[in-house]
Write a protein that binds this ligand. Sequence first.
Ligand code: ZN
Length: 226
Amino acid sequence: MTTQEFLSASILSADFARLGEEIQRVEKLGADWIHIDVIDGHFAPNLSMGIPVVSACHQITNLFLDVHLMIEYPERFIEKFAAAGAHGITIHVEASPNLHRTLQSIRELGAKPGVAINPGTPAETVRPVLEAVDLVLVMTVNPGYSGQSFLPETIQKIRQIRGWIDDSGRQINLQVDGGIDAGTLSLAQQAGANVFVSASAIFKHPQGIETGIRLLREQLNKKEVD
Ligand code: ZN
């Protein structure tokens, strides 16, 4: 089965004073999705952005809006995120006591449900809900901040979950988020990931956004011709 690969640009590292401009820029340069990291200061130690940012993104781009909720009790907010224009909504196993029900509600709201796990959470925790999701997100850093280093011990989990996805026969995206640059993208890609979230390596690349996206896309294309 050929799996399509996607580059998801996380606006956590964007310049918020010029957010619209930066999103249009990454769209033009070849990002496939826009990744929106919502952090509540409880589930993870940062406060980032919320529903109004999703609405604003929805107004300026046609790209898939990939909303990653790093918040406690996400069931309280999924309806509002869906109404704001989220195409995909990903919730954490660690934050959702009623995981299966919340994933079903996301689908009923017309968005694609995703489930995420932190580096310290075993892969087995996503297995019971695989049939309810369109995406599994393996966090490759601890959630909270952009600019952290990729944790290589997460590779084994990516490989294991890819095996379960292939066995399921369903098209489920396997996403990695945290410390993804051209080098770590290649590691995650070889382990079976097909959606790559990148924040700093795009928006804070020392040679600029254009170079950041080009290097990541070159790595994706390398796999496609193999
Ligand atoms: Zn994220």
